[in-house]
Design a protein around this ligand. Structure first.
Ligand SMILES: Nc1ncnc2c1ncn2[C@@H]1O[C@H](COP(=O)(O)OP(=O)(O)OP(=O)(O)O)[C@@H](O)[C@H]1O
Length: 860
């Protein structure tokens, strides 16, 4: 226990698995936790009067229990016996050989094949935050920096399994990013620029980080340094596969904030059973392809050329079905190249996996041939970049047995014919039977005993057994070892010698196989870079083949990307909803045009359940799919590439805890209005409905007007129940009204789901209530109340009032030509909010106030 306690104090935050003989034991608090998580029995033992809890499991079950502990969010320190207990008289030496945490895992049972397992660190700088992501199982190492929103978005997109934050920023981190992540709060001193730079340059064996193009990211570098430091702290020191660090070049990708990622249900859904976009579009067949697709979804491109290249490959493969099939057959035969080669680097690969690696590389050969011969440039490029790894494959073939076991100690790993010494020893060990048969024959003849038998047991090894009837014929040189009822067992000098030779040979074989295998693994490390590159090319190819499959099976078409700012979708569909409809029900396709000239904002009205949200979301998803490089669920689509997608859903659809839901809605919307660009696509779904009708209409009106008047003229779809907003179209030239049509049949509503020009008169909420099976009395009463209300608050009255306000206020900020207001506008627009402290902001406000009051006094 003294030894245990000394080791435990070094790992206070981890659950310590303490090897005792054939068991891993846990004590005290750890035992209570382990027994709960693993469902193993909790016992007690008295320890010099103190009662200690105890729970353990057999050491060979580590692979079963460890993943459960890590998946439950535990950091697990594995403490092993560092010497052979037989060779020591005192207490056996023990030490922690690995610290497994949710973000640092190499074990296949912990990892999810199609998902990266990122360890992340977030550094809080004075103005910016730095972030770094590292997947030790694949070798990817990424870095970025930005404001809270940008970091938040990256965290959402890359879903790290563990985040390291300095203790000093614990509160700040939880306030900004919530509590949904596994976090580990580390010592503050680690977050230092010089220490980080030293850690990184030492690892990469470079003088600076210039070569990686990340030397300017001071905060990102600090975060990256912390991540690398953590790896050594968790006893991971063989990291040759982490050979580069890449900046996440956010400016190259569509910007989506976290609300948008959530609202569009790209890869998570608030309802865990719901189907996400990823579920529908993922037709990849290799683990690395699956991981790549997630990355593409998180980071859709803006570069038209790059996007087109992906589309061209899909067009090509769609026509050449045989090529597609052949490529996919090849990809299917591959293991997880990326993770296999990482295991080579970390020295954790086992013989069977080496064979898998070889077979995977072999499967790449026909793929290389097929693609290099292709007339498609992008496919040809993939082929050219695939490395055939001839030497590596040949060496594995020569050295490792095709049927090699998982555990090298099981023997038969090194192929026959590779090592003369090994072959000789094997001959000796395996020719034993023949040797014993000969010995038996000889002794039978010499002694004249016909029923002699040679066998072995664990107690005294090889023996000769003589039945009692022949006892008296036994030579004097034999030594009696055991007496049975009907027989006696003897050993002889020759048998003992033979035994020693065999046992020696077996031990030597084991040692030699281990040595040779270890040498091979070290030799294989030369191939880390080419194999990693192959994995990347195969991942890209897998994604593109998957997109082709998707286009074929779901009838997607090629979108036309251009650098205009216009969006024209003909016959567009929602990729997820169309797959969910009951059998026989067809999804109704819709056309939609948005541009900055005459149709910038579309107000979509229509009853509940008519399909407003579906149109909004499908528009964003079609753009997103197109810019990921996929075909789209539409007859045709012309897309002026988009650089930001914002979506906001009215509060009652998006109930969040704690903060007022309306407040949340307004916060979210404010951040859109502050980040508009000419290429933004904005989807507002029922914004304003979280408050009273008048409040809601006023806010929705003001937001739409702001968007209309803003010089960016961002393309916007606004779904709303407030048909009063239809009035805006008469004043604002780029606002157009549409409705999702329904047909009224004798008090019933038939959803036509067609987007048609023009506004709609009322909301049909009561019809939907009726459809939902609300009792008849409730429906009748609601109808009566509605009629009364409509009489007393006619919506015409309301819209007249709105017009009056409009004339009076000339709300538009941008049309004001008062020189003082011009000056204030100038002041405000040139402010750099990012660098402003709260006090400076107050002072600025005070200054503006003074300007205004001075002006007022002067004019009075
Ligand atoms: N074009 C379509 N073709 C077929 N079914 C559709 C279509 N659009 C929507 N639906 C179906 O109608 C349901 C309701 O659509 P949606 O949520 O878009 O309505 P909504 O008008 O936004 O309703 P609410 O105002 O109540 O939020 C969808 O879940 C889907 O099942």
């Amino acid at each position: 226990m003294k030894q245990y306690n000394t080791i435990k104090t070094k790992y206070p935050d981890a659950l310590l698995l303490f090897r005792v003989g054939d068991f891993y034991e846990t004590f005290g608090e750890d035992a209570i936790k382990a027994s709960k998580i693993l469902g193993i029995i909790l016992t007690h033992r008295n320890n010099g009067g103190d009662r200690t809890e105890l729970a353990g499991f057999p050491h060979h079950s580590l692979n079963t229990y460890l993943p459960k502990l890590v998946k439950a969010g535990q950091r697990v320190a594995i403490c092993d016996q560092l010497e052979d207990p037989k060779l020591t008289k005192s207490i056996v030496k023990r030490g922690v050989t690995e610290l497994v945490t949710p973000g640092v895992a190499l074990n296949d049972d912990i990892l999810n094949a199609k998902t990266n397992n990122f360890l992340c660190a977030v550094h809080f700088g004075r103005k910016l935050l730095g972030v770094s992501f590292l997947d030790i199982s694949t070798g990817e190492f990424l870095v970025a920096e930005g404001n809270e929103e940008q970091i938040d978005k990256l965290l959402q997109n890359l879903s790290p399994n563990e985040i390291l934050v300095s203790k000093a920023n614990k509160k700040e981190f939880t306030e900004l990013f919530g509590t949904q992540y596994h976090t580990f709060f580390t010592e503050d001193w680690l977050f230092q620029d010089d220490y980080a730079l030293e850690t990184l340059t030492k690892h990469f064996k470079t003088n600076s980080l210039k070569g990686f193009g990340v030397d300017q990211l001071t905060h990102g570098i600090i975060a990256s340094g912390v991540v690398l430091h953590y790896l050594s702290e968790t006893q991971h020191r063989q990291l040759q596969h982490i050979n580069t660090i890449k900046r996440i070049a956010e400016e190259e990708y569509i910007w989506m904030d976290r609300f948008t990622i959530k609202n569009l249900e790209l890869y998570h859904s608030s309802n865990s059973n719901a189907v996400t976009l990823l579920d529908v579009i993922d037709h990849t067949i290799s683990p690395m392809g699956g991981r790549m697709l997630k990355r593409w979804l998180a980071l859709p491109l803006k570069n038209i050329e790059k996007i087109r290249r992906r589309h061209q490959v899909i067009s090509h493969l769609k026509v050449d079905g045989t090529l597609l099939q052949k490529l996919q057959t090849g990809i299917k035969q591959m293991g997880d190249l990326e993770r296999l080669i990482s295991k080579v680097a970390t020295g954790k690969i086992h013989p069977k996996e080496v064979i898998q690696l070889k077979n995977s590389l072999e499967a790449a050969i026909p793929i290389k041939q097929l693609t290099t011969q292709s007339s498609n440039e992008a496919l040809k490029l993939i082929g050219d970049q695939l490395h055939s790894c001839d030497l590596l494959r040949a060496k594995i073939k020569e050295m490792v047995n095709e049927e090699a076991p998982v555990n090298v100690l099981k023997g038969n790993t090194i192929a026959q014919g590779y090592s003369e010494e090994l072959d000789e020893l094997r001959g000796l060990a395996f020719s034993g039977k023949e040797y014993l048969d000969k010995m038996l024959e000889r002794e039978t003849e010499l002694t004249g005993i016909s029923s002699l038998k040679i066998a072995s047991n664990n107690v005294f090894g090889y023996y000769i057994e003589v039945r009692n009837t022949h006892k008296d014929k036994v030579p004097d040189t034999w030594i009696r070892k055991q007496t049975l009822v009907n027989a006696e067992r003897y050993i002889t000098e020759e048998l003992k010698e033979y035994e020693a030779k065999i046992l020696g040979a077996e031990e030597r074989i084991q040692l030699l196989e281990q040595q040779l295998f270890a040498q091979l693994v070290v030799w294989m490390q030369e191939y880390i870079v080419p194999v990693q590159n192959n994995a990347r090319q195969i991942a890209i190819l897998d994604c593109l083949c998957g997109f082709t499959q998707l286009a074929i099976s779901n009838h997607y078409n090629e979108p036309q990307l251009n650098d205009s700012t216009e969006l024209e979708i003909i016959g567009g569909r929602h990729p997820v909803i169309e797959k969910q409809l009951p059998l026989g029900e067809a999804y109704i396709a819709n056309d939609l045009v948005l541009n900055r000239e005459n149709q910038q904002i579309i107000m979509i009205t229509g009853p509940n359940m008519s399909g407003k949200s579906a149109i909004l979301r499908q528009t964003a998803l079609i753009v997103l799919l197109a810019q990921m490089g996929s075909f789209v669920p539409a007859e045709s689509a012309k897309i002026g590439y988009v650089d930001k997608i914002f979506t906001r859903v009215g509060a009652s659809d998006n109930i969040s805890m704690g903060e007022s839901t309306f407040m949340v809605e307004m916060n979210e919307t404010a951040s859109i209005l502050n980040n508009l660009s000419e290429r933004s696509l904005i989807l507002l779904d029922e914004i304003g409905r979280g408050t009273s009708t008048y409040d809601g209409i006023s806010i929705a009106w003001a937001i739409s007007e702001y968007l209309h008047e803003h010089p960016a003229r961002a393309k916007t779809l606004f779904a709303t129940h407030y048909h009063e907003l239809n009035e805006m179209a008469s004043t604002f030239e780029r606002i157009k009204n549409y409705n999702v049509s329904v047909k009224e049949l004798k008090n019933k509503v038939l959803f036509l789901r067609k987007l048609t020009p023009g506004g709609s008169e009322h909301s049909f909420g009561i019809h939907v209530a009726k459809m939902a099976g609300m009792p008849q009395q409730v429906i009748q009463k609601a109808n009566k109340i509605l009629k009364k209300l409509e009489k007393s608050h006619s919506s015409e009255e309301l819209t007249d009032k709105l017009h009056a306000v409009q004339d009076e206020m000339q709300l538009s900020f941008f049309n004001l030509d008062d020189p003082l207001l011009e000056q204030i506008k100038e002041e405000i627009t040139t402010l750099d909010i990012n660098t402003l402290t709260p006090v400076e902001a107050l002072m600025k406000l005070n200054e503006i106030k003074r300007l205004l009051t001075k002006n007022k006094k002067a004019s009075s």
